[in-house]
Design a protein around this ligand. Structure first.
Ligand code: GDP
Length: 446
């Protein structure tokens, strides 16, 4: 990787006024530019009290300057931090002065991108920085922190290395075409591939949890008209956002609400009641309901507790492709005897708010899904990671099939594809355009 030729500058602290504001510089001219602004040379890694000067030598502000010569810096390049009073005007003046002295404004995420390109961390760890900054609570922050420390990347790398070693073995066997793979350790290869696939599956489970921690869980409320879907949304959201009426077919479109349950964000979608017939608008609502179901992590199937079988019959078809379904028997207040909660069946009264805490518990447990056995705790992950892991698992499965049939070339190719998919997560094999996409979602100054 050729070192960057240009020097970038950005305000690293959030927009607005604050006690302290930081302007960060990175690149070959960072030290020279800072020395001019501060009118003195800066000692490495020492806080220096300085006066920041404008072009005429006048004082813009006074503050602290910190110099981190590369490669022992965040980006791996020469980095300088100018800590001024947190006045947006002063900070802008410092940035303008740095630009006049040869720096250019950093793009969003460019500091992290440079750190990645200088091998300070891999792509999943770089993304974890953004996740840590955006974390909405302690649990999400802890998970992002663990990804940043490399918990996720280490597992990805470990599996990647196993797949690579297997591929080397299989390719060596191809060169000995006269011999059967059995004499070349075929049994051992199959066992090691099985082990790698198990580790991949376990990682997929944990990454899926990590993704939900980061992005939240998409839950779709479905049920026949009048079962109490809107009432449930209101009860969960603690507001009157959804219109609750007793005329069947009132919720014709989809309503969204985000609820936070102990560190887990639940994106709730209330859908039109699923029933046959209805007018054109209602049918469009139902079409959207089915679309939402296709993307949902979990369906909250609401039925009238007095006649759950009818409710189930009405919506069973629509739930066929949904992985996780929680059955919510609503209007339990109208039952003489409320049955005990049973597996995925919860009895509540949305209108009266009865048993909603149990529903919260079930949702939290169901939505996040179980951790893999032997996994070592939560880490944050993204949809792109989960997708790459799925592809890697699919290629590894195909490799196993080809191995079983002694199609060694095909097995080697699938192992290569599985390894490449894992490489996308850490960025070891990333295409430039993907890098650009990942870092462009960062904020400026990161
Ligand atoms: P939706 O069509 O499934 O969205 O149903 P709504 O939430 O609009 O509710 C339909 C009717 O059932 C309204 O009259 C609500 O007041 C009533 N309802 C909703 N939840 C409950 C409940 O827990 N107990 C009772 N008794 N009535 C309820």
């Amino acid at each position: 990787m050729t070192p960057a030729q240009d020097t970038i500058v950005a305000i690293a602290t959030p927009p607005g006024a604050g006690g302290v504001g930081i302007v960060r510089l990175s690149g070959p001219a960072a030290q020279a530019i800072a020395a001019t602004i501060c009118a003195r040379a800066l000692s490495p890694r020492r806080a220096c009290h300085v006066h920041f000067r404008d072009a005429d030598g006048g004082t813009l502000d006074d503050g602290i300057a910190l110099s981190f010569p590369g490669p022992a810096s965040f980006t791996g390049e020469d980095v300088v931090e100018l800590q001024a009073h947190g006045s947006p005007v002063v900070l802008q003046q410092l940035v303008a002065r740095a630009c006049a002295l040869g720096a250019r404004l950093a793009r969003p995420g460019e500091f992290s991108e440079r750190a990645f390109l200088n091998h300070k961390f891999d792509l999943a760890q770089a993304e974890a920085i953004a996740d840590l900054i955006a974390a909405a609570d302690a649990r999400a922050a802890r998970a992002a922190r663990r990804s940043l420390e490399g918990v996720f990347s280490d597992r990805v790398d470990g599996i990647g290395q196993s797949l690579l070693a297997l591929r080397v073995h299989v390719e060596a066997a191809i060169d000995f075409a006269d011999e059967s793979i059995e004499t070349l350790g075929g049994e051992q290869v199959r066992e090691r591939l099985l082990d790698a696939r198990r580790r991949l599956e376990a990682l997929l489970v944990d990454a899926e949890r990590g993704r939900k921690l980061r992005d939240g869980v998409h839950a779709v409320i479905v049920g026949p008209p009048n079962a109490g879907k809107s009432s449930l949304l209101n009860a969960l959201a603690g507001s009157d956002r959804a219109i609750v009426t007793d005329v069947a077919g009132t919720t014709r479109d989809t309503l969204r609400e985000t609820v936070r349950l102990d560190g887990l964000e639940l994106h709730l979608v209330d859908t039109a009641g699923l029933r046959e017939g209805g007018d054109a608008i209602e049918r469009e609502g139902m079409r959207r309901a089915r679309l939402e179901l296709g993307r949902a992590d979990v369906a909250l199937a609401v039925v009238d507790a007095r006649d759950p079988d009818a409710g189930r019959a009405a919506i069973a078809d629509s739930l066929q492709d949904v992985g996780t379904v929680l059955w919510i028997h609503n209007k339990a207040d109208l039952l003489a005897d409320v049955p005990a909660e049973d597996g995925d069946h919860v009895y509540v009264s949305a209108a009266r708010g009865t048993n909603l805490d149990r529903l919260h518990d079930r949702l939290r447990a169901l939505a996040a899904g179980p951790a893999s056995e032997g996994g070592d705790g939560e880490f944050s992950a993204r949809a792109r990671h989960v997708d790459a892991l799925r592809r890697a698992a699919a290629h590894a499965a195909l490799a196993a099939e080809h191995l079983a049939h002694e199609h060694l070339e095909l097995a080697a190719e699938e192992l290569r594809l599985a390894h490449d998919a894992l490489g996308e997560i850490t960025g070891r094999l990333s295409a430039d355009d993907m890098l650009g996409h990942v870092f462009s979602t960062f904020c400026i100054g990161k």
